[in-house]
Write a protein that binds this ligand. Structure first.
Ligand SMILES: [Cu+2]
Length: 157
């Protein structure tokens, strides 16, 4: 009797903290670029607003083997990119990954990503108190056409 009521308290407490912390972080406008046949990678973008300082430490999706976090930089006039382990999220400000020089890279696609489809993404975010939360969002798929010079200079193999 004692034991089961303790369990209930523990479960109630953890449910409460999950919803509280999930409410701390909001994800908006997730997109993934459609891919051409045979293309193994797809770029993605999204906006995150965190009430407190936090880190985006990982993203996963059922449509790709893994999702890398990439940072773009200029090097002698050349656009380069490298993988990073985390993306810092400032407190209380909407962080658009692409505007900040970041993007997601879906690697080893299970199948081509088609315009009009929806791609589930699971974000892993580490809060300042070291608690890790997971957030689900659905990315809309943008057309394949490259209209953006940033993307044009940043073709992935
Ligand atoms: Cu990249």
């Amino acid at each position: 009797m004692q034991k089961s009521s303790l369990w209930l308290v523990a479960i109630a407490a953890s449910l409460l903290s999950v919803s509280v912390y999930a409410g701390e972080v909001q994800v908006d406008a997730a997109t993934v670029r459609a891919t051409a046949p045979g293309q193994q990678t797809a770029m993605g973008d999204l906006s995150i607003t965190s009430k407190q300082i936090a880190l985006l430490v990982g993203v996963s999706t059922p449509v790709a083997q893994r999702v890398e976090l990439h940072l773009m930089s200029h090097d002698n006039g050349m656009m380069k990119m490298r993988e990073v382990q985390e993306i810092p999220l400032p407190a209380g400000r909407m962080m658009n990954l692409k505007q900040e020089g970041y993007h997601l890279m879906l690697v080893n696609l299970q199948e081509p990503i088609r315009e009009g489809a929806s791609v589930p993404l699971t974000l892993t975010i580490r809060l300042a108190n070291k608690k890790t939360i997971k957030l689900e969002t659905n990315a809309t798929v943008k057309p394949l056409i490259v209209i953006d010079s940033t993307e044009h200079n940043h073709m992935h193999p």
